[in-house]
Design a binder for this molecule. Structure first.
Ligand SMILES: CC[C@H](C(=O)O)C(=O)SCCNC(=O)CCNC(=O)[C@H](O)C(C)(C)COP(=O)(O)OP(=O)(O)OC[C@H]1O[C@@H](n2cnc3c(N)ncnc32)[C@H](O)[C@@H]1OP(=O)(O)O
Length: 356
């Protein structure tokens, strides 16, 4: 049964006959799975020609294959996801990612106001994410899943910069490991988005590529008046690595998602607000933007009872949770895996592109 509904049904004061609820839920779920499997097979058929277009050919492809080796070696298991794709073994991937050192993701939980602060901490490299930071983030999201007295979460970066995406030193070393890294981040960011906490990304400084993707894994985005945000992956020869194509399409609709992802435009606050990508711009010259964001949260979204706030968030998650979401992420991961390590990305990495 949907984990969110399970948690809600235990908490709901009116205990409906759970058996009949479970039965109805299972029936609906099976119908959804049958429908989405059929859609997914059609989607993947249209994508097949693309894979020969973007995957490396010639010696590079044999080198890439040699590097990748058998997917089993990297933790791909035989069990299939609901939509026919191989479900990755996150535990094996975790051990591989942890070897790419650098930075940390830290968590402070304030039991007085029920607001937790999740901090990306790699300031010398603008909080870009290493493999170790991805493992840290997954662990902190698991800790938040068990924080039952929490009400909200603010995700921010150390020293006034949210995140500039994948740490390029990590990226250059992990070109054989794109799909696995994407699967790991998809799991973490979907769990983050589905937490029974009102989540806000504090968009500060340069929030680029994967950093912009991280911001879409929160319910709301609050932006500093001096910040910039842009999905620059296409300039790097890539599609989105951490699930933003799926989330942006749901958040802004397909037209705006295509616009932001295919133009690689870098938005200043007013434009980001106009596009609906961010929800609030902090006043210019704020002394303490984290405190300003905390007050914005308390005023607008956390003014009421903690348990009811958690139930309302859980209800919205369970209303949105659908097979299509996981099918979209599976397809996104497959596509991303075909761009990662491809000739365009290699050329852009060598060019050391700066997204000014
Ligand atoms: C997996 C996700 C996906 C992917 O990687 O496939 C992506 O996220 S794609 C996007 C990847 N990110 C980038 O390409 C950003 C590259 N960096 C820049 O464009 C600039 O650094 C910029 C515009 C963010 C800031 O420019 P500015 O001149 O203001 O500062 P510096 O360039 O001197 O940067 C300061 C310092 O930070 C280091 N830095 C910044 N971003 C990254 C990064 N993503 N990985 C590693 N290091 C990063 C930069 O190298 C400087 O350090 P230094 O030791 O002085 O070279």
């Amino acid at each position: 049964m949907n984990p969110v509904l399970t948690r809600f049904s235990v908490m709901s004061p009116v205990r409906l006959p759970i058996i009949s609820m479970r039965f109805i839920y299972l029936e609906v779920n099976m119908a959804l799975v049958r429908k989405s499997n059929a859609i997914c097979r059609r989607v993947m058929k249209t994508l097949q020609p693309l894979s020969s277009a973007v995957a490396p050919s010639g010696p590079e492809s044999s080198q890439a294959q040699a590097q990748c080796g058998d997917r089993q070696a990297y933790g791909w298991v035989s069990s299939r996801s609901l939509h026919g794709f191989k479900r990755p073994n996150l535990h094996v991937i975790r051990n591989q990612l942890a070897r790419f050192e650098g930075g940390s993701v830290d968590l402070e939980k304030n039991s007085d106001n029920g607001i937790a602060i999740l901090t990306l901490n790699n300031p010398r490299r603008m909080n870009s994410m290493t493999g170790k930071m991805m493992v840290d983030m997954a662990d902190k999201v698991s800790e938040l899943e068990e924080w039952h007295e929490g009400k909200a979460l603010i995700m921010r970066g150390a020293d006034g910069n949210l995140c500039t995406g994948g740490d390029l030193t990590f990226v250059r070393k992990a070109l054989h490991y794109g799909e696995e890294m994407a699967a790991y981040q998809h799991d973490t960011l979907t769990r983050l988005l589905n937490l029974p906490l009102i989540s806000v990304a504090l968009v500060q400084g340069h929030t680029l590529g994967g950093g912009a993707e991280l911001s879409t894994a929160c319910d709301f985005r609050v932006m500093s008046s001096s910040a910039k945000i842009g999905f620059v992956q296409i300039k790097m020869g890539l599609s989105t690595a951490w699930g933003a194509a799926t989330r942006l399409t749901r958040l802004l609709g397909r037209r705006k998602a295509i616009d932001l992802l295919c133009s690689a435009k870098i938005l200043l606050p007013d434009a980001a607000l106009r596009e609906g990508l961010v929800d609030y711009i902090l006043p210019r010259g704020s002394e303490d933007e984290l405190e300003e964001t905390t007050q914005w949260l308390l005023r607008n979204l956390c003014a009421y009872d903690t348990n009811i706030t958690r139930v309302v968030k859980s209800l919205v998650v369970s209303a949105e949770l659908s097979m299509d979401h996981y099918q979209a992420l599976d397809a996104e991961r497959k596509l991303f895996g075909q761009t990662w390590g491809g000739p365009v990305q290699r050329k852009m990495l060598e060019a050391n592109v700066k997204h000014k």
